[in-house]
Design a protein. Structure first.
Length: 277
């Protein structure tokens, strides 16, 4: 072999070797890249599947929450409808009671009380100066200054005795068949104490709640709630103009109307779940 040929071969072989090595590594790199890409696609698909599952769970939870809220709404609406129906019935009954009261006041000498019951109530009037009794109409009046502290509907302990004695008279044989209507009234001064506003809101609420307190005391003393009704008029039915402290004191009162056995009274409502203030 000539010298020139040997030189050519020496120069060519390394190039071939390098080329051969490069050709051997190119498929491996491509395979590795393909595998890497396939793994990336697999992870992406797995992540998408997890997200889809998560969205499905969220939609299921939203559907359940929607159903729960709709159920609560229906239950609340039914309770509100029932409360409105009861309120309308009470308002209608209260309107009838107002008519009866006007008839009683406008017709003197129509007291349904017997002579003996009238005499006993007159003696009760003589015993308690802040208790008034009209023998012609059968209407009794309690000064709220006697019964309650200012802005309160809780009966003072010392006032329970006169109410209990009144109930005793109404439970005797010649009066226990008669109906009783308890009516609350205030003066013209608006409710100012925050605690009173929170509990009674205004004079109308205060007068009604005071009448309820008297009714409940009468019930504890033995008068059946089926014989009784209650109403509150706030400052709207004064017995005289609110010009002096004395006149305001007279207007702050709880009246008890004694009605005939066939009178229709709005019975005491024992349901504490509905606030009619």
């Amino acid at each position: 072999m000539s010298l020139s040929v040997r030189k050519y071969l020496l120069l060519t072989l390394p190039v071939l070797a390098i080329t051969s090595i490069g050709c051997n590594h190119t498929p491996k790199n491509a395979l590795r890249q393909s595998q890497l890409r396939a793994h990336q696609l697999y992870e992406q698909n797995r992540q998408l599947a997890m997200e889809r599952n998560g969205m499905g769970m969220s939609q299921s939870q939203l559907a359940a929450e929607k159903a729960r809220i709709e159920q609560q709404y229906l239950a609340t609406k039914q309770s509100l409808d029932a409360a409105n129906a009861r309120l309308q019935n009470l308002q209608a009954s209260n309107g009838q009671l107002e008519d009866q009261i006007r008839n009683i006041v406008q017709r003197p000498g129509t007291s349904p009380l017997s002579d003996d019951a009238t005499l006993r109530l007159k003696k009760l009037k003589d015993k308690y100066p802040d208790f008034e009794f009209d023998a012609q109409t059968g209407v009794s009046k309690f000064s709220t200054d006697l019964l309650f502290n200012s802005g309160s509907d809780e009966i003072r302990p010392e006032a329970i005795k006169v109410i209990t004695e009144f109930a005793s008279i109404m439970n005797q044989s010649d009066a226990k068949h008669l109906k009783v209507l308890v009516s609350g009234h205030t003066d013209d001064r608006p409710v100012s104490k925050k605690s009173t506003q929170e509990k009674h809101q205004d004079n109308m609420g205060l007068s009604a709640h005071r009448a309820l307190s008297v009714l409940r005391t009468l019930r504890k003393a033995g008068i059946s709630e089926t014989r009784m009704g209650v109403s509150g008029y706030g400052m709207h039915q004064p017995v005289e103009p609110n010009k002096t402290e004395a006149s305001r004191a007279r207007n702050r009162r709880v009246e008890i109307f004694v009605l005939a056995p066939d009178a229709s009274v709005a019975g005491w409502d024992p349901d504490p779940t509905i606030d009619l203030r």
